[in-house]
Design a protein around this ligand. Sequence first.
Ligand SMILES: Cc1ncc(COP(=O)(O)O)c(C=O)c1O
Length: 397
Amino acid sequence: MTDPFAQAALHHVAVTPKRGDAAMRVLTPDDFARAWDEITAWDGYAPTPLVSLPGLAGQIGVGHIAYKHEGPRFGLGSFKALGGAYAALRVLQRELGTRLGHPVTLADIRGGAYAEACAGITLSSATDGNHGRSLAWGCQRVGAPCRIYIHAEVSETRAQAMRDLGADVVRIDGDYDASVDLARTEADENGWFVVSDTSWDGYADPPRDVMAGYGVMTREACEAMEDAPSHVILQGGVGGLAASVAAYLRQHWGDDAPRVIITEPDRAACLYESAQKGVPTTVPIHEETIMAGLSCGEPSEMAWAILREEAQDFVTMPDSIVAPTMRLLANGDSGDAQIEAGESAVAGLATLIAVMRQPDMAAALGLDAQSRVLLIGSEGVTDPAIFAAIMAGADHV
Ligand SMILES: Cc1ncc(COP(=O)(O)O)c(C=O)c1O
């Protein structure tokens, strides 16, 4: 039988990071602390598990694998629950403060003290599913109207999950980047507030808050680890997750922070392309990747500002290794705990397995039997129909 991991076409570009202060300045310790204080006070907050995969680690030849499993996060199925919902509260905080002429607290907004005013503030965003779900949830909890833009390939199950949380969902014909453009235009025309997980020139506060919210996940992981990992493999969409994790790891571990490897689907490798060119670079998406959450052609500027200083390696991976990784994780094939993970969640693990099957690639990334690797399992089963098809043996959906 052919081994999809040994056969996988991986591409790698190594950069010498220009270490600067972006990991402290673009996202400050205060940004992370504010988000932590707020999010850990929400009903239903519980840290997600950091799962060791010793069987698989031994099988592929690394020392240790720690997999942060975000499936249980607030019942929403992904780490994104931490970002959009928190950034929504912060947008409302700023807008209510301006309208009322006095500062308002997040706790008061959350507690319903401004419910009437919130009902008059519409928040909107483009999404490939998980960010929109988080935003819709955040809006529903405080009674703010929510409008979500999705592209042609977002699954109907994911769209319905957002409608169920009260969002008005608009589907467009184009791709993710076209949905971002439409969200911006319609918000400008109607006085709505875009709560995006990606930043662009002149638009920084919500994506900073989104990334600060993700820091809850990284802090939990750091608190659960005794020693710093040697490597972290982070999957990239617009780069917000990767930049947030890299920044927090630097703040937490200092010079002992792990080597940061970014992995992306080869169909949407905007960070890889940016690393090659040395400037944020947009790539066209000709075909959608199975990893819906990573299907982004345009990097977040703010994320790039951190990654250009913190990431040492950028890798692209093919779709072919996603479904096999989901199956081996769900079946606990190596005698490890069984984990139900979504397509975007397993990108780092799929990359790690493929790299370890290809000795030149493992050497280039400094991965060997001593390596202690941290992975972010960014989603659980966010689309049950796709998950069931993959578990039944499908490699494409
Ligand atoms: C499950 C999942 N993982 C990873 C990502 C990538 O995050 P980012 O776009 O911030 O790079 C996303 C983005 O939607 C996602 O939904």
